[in-house]
Design a protein around this ligand. Structure first.
Ligand SMILES: Cc1cc2nc3c(=O)[nH]c(=O)nc-3n(C[C@H](O)[C@H](O)[C@H](O)COP(=O)(O)OP(=O)(O)OC[C@H]3O[C@@H](n4cnc5c(N)ncnc54)[C@H](O)[C@@H]3O)c2cc1C
Length: 456
């Protein structure tokens, strides 16, 4: 069985890993293997330019890391606080949040971020009659209907909006916060429903996030080494077209090479372009958001915040370019070299905000450092910096996104069943979701191809 994997990001590499023992696999990747998983040296440390940790709740990324022999290299970020910049001040996030949604009214009441009016409005959720919930809702609608605008704007928007680089007013709850949607359906009060599901804090020793100590590139390197050892071929060029000369049956033509099946682990619009006339009609219709990450080195004494502050989020309305700042040297204890230097990762880019496209690298970094200085009310000067640009970084999962996913998958299964789609465009942009989608797509292709060869 010959399988082509188109795209060598984490979804494509995971797809190749899934079937490399049973099939002859070729991975096509015109750029860097690993895609958005990129680590490079900064200030003598291996610092990620893209993702720097993955969630453990969905085990796919942890399992893959263990399978390639890096289980002992996984480290957890230090427990720390996140602050929200709102109305010119920094406020700690209240405790007990689930995706920004409160489950602890006492903590909310003490938080200056919402104020007494906001806390009282949030508490109304406990006694308010149930709210009708559709098949999908925008995250903001769902939250504001139960807790009011302040919770939506000052807690959920900075958290979920910055993770997805998109306004929660249009973000699908079903795709990005399914637990909120299901709880809103099953429980009259969202707060009470979420609180009853929250695991006791001492129930598990598994950290929420993990990352390979030497950065995400070490996962890519170990994975590629395993794949090469299993005989996987890597072709350093992009695929232009996939065709099926005999509709419905027979071999695929991948840029002139014959394959039994293929996994398309590229962004959906690129998958649509490659499939051409075979593509499901609306496959190319997902929108993407550009983001940038500025990695900067500043002196710890100039920051002047406690060492347990891991990050700052920015609530909308400040006009800042910065959307979030991760205090890398606090978050990752193995980065602390004992010197006064501190590594920060400052992010910018949100759907509908095109400023990063228009500004030069120097201008972006200057603006981001000015934004952070204003947020912490201390002047900062970078002793070293670099800017990583990520065009088309995040797919925008609009309300109804999962309906679109079902439609394109079922259309493709009808027209070209030996081709499957994987990657961040579909069922989640986080690394665990991309790994799971790659492995699932490869398994599906292998099964379809085996069934066809058994039948014939
Ligand atoms: C700045 C940033 C921070 C993030 N932080 C986190 C985080 O902390 N935790 C987390 O879980 N996730 C995070 N993410 C999200 C996560 O990194 C991505 O969603 C995920 O890595 C996407 O993997 P992928 O394989 O689907 O796509 P990609 O990594 O984009 O890979 C797709 C590959 O396809 C290749 N390709 C394109 N066209 C063709 C073609 N015609 N033929 C062959 N190959 C082609 C591309 O070159 C690319 O390498 C972050 C993303 C960014 C940008």
């Amino acid at each position: 069985m010959r399988i082509a994997v188109v795209g060598g990001g984490i979804a494509g590499l995971a797809a190749a890993f899934e079937v490399c023992e049973e099939a002859e696999v070729t991975v096509y990747e015109p750029g860097r293997l690993g895609g958005k998983l990129r680590t490079s040296e900064f200030g003598g440390l291996p610092v990620d330019e893209g993702p720097d940790a993955f969630l453990t709740r969905t085990p796919a990324a942890v399992d893959l890391t263990v399978s390639v022999g890096l289980g002992d290299d996984l480290v957890a970020p230090a427990a720390g606080r996140t602050l929200v910049h709102f109305a010119g001040r920094l406020h700690p996030l209240p405790s007990g949040l689930v995706l920004g949604v409160p489950t602890d009214i006492a903590a909310l009441a003490m938080s200056r971020l919402l104020g007494p009016l906001g806390a009282a409005r949030a508490a109304w959720d406990i006694v308010a009659p149930s709210t009708p919930v559709g098949d999908d809702e925008s995250v903001r609608n769902l939250v504001a209907a139960r807790f009011g605008r302040r919770v939506a704007d000052r807690l959920v928007e900075p958290l979920l909006g910055s993770i997805h680089a998109a306004p929660t007013a249009q973000l699908s709850a079903k795709a990005t916060a399914p637990s909120l949607l299901t709880t809103a359906r099953s429980s009259r009060s969202l707060l009470v429903g979420l609180r009853s599901q929250a695991p006791p804090t001492t129930s598990s020793n598994t950290p929420v996030f993990l990352a390979p100590r030497a950065g995400m590139a070490s996962l890519v390197e170990a994975l590629v080494a395993k794949l090469r050892g299993a005989g996987v071929t890597f072709v350093s060029q992009g695929v232009r077209t996939i065709r099926q000369p005999n509709r419905g049956a027979g071999l695929l033509d991948v840029d002139g090479e014959p394959y039994d099946g293929a996994v398309l682990a590229v962004a959906a619009p690129e998958a649509a372009r490659i499939l051409g006339e075979h593509a499901p009609r609306c496959l190319g219709s997902v929108d993407f958001t550009d983001v940038v990450v500025a990695t900067v080195c500043v002196s710890r004494s100039s920051v002047g915040l406690p060492d347990d502050v891991n990050g700052v989020l920015v609530a909308p309305g400040s006009g800042m370019l910065m959307t979030a700042c991760s205090f890398g040297s606090n978050k990752w204890p193995h980065w602390s070299s004992g010197s006064d230097q501190m590594v920060l990762r400052i992010s910018a880019g949100r759907h509908g905000d095109s400023r990063t496209v228009k500004l030069s690298d120097d201008e972006i970094v200057e603006t981001l450092i000015a934004d952070l200085s204003a947020a912490i009310q201390r002047p900062l000067a970078a002793t070293q910096w670099r800017l990583s640009r990520w065009p088309g970084a995040f797919p925008f999962y609009r309300v109804g996104h999962l309906g679109w996913v079902d439609k394109v998958r079922s259309d493709l299964a009808r027209t070209l069943p030996q081709v499957a789609l994987a990657g961040s465009s579909y069922n989640g942009a986080g690394i665990p979701a991309c790994v799971a989608s790659g492995r699932g797509a490869a398994r599906q292709v292998s099964t379809v191809v085996s069934d066809v060869s058994t039948a014939s």
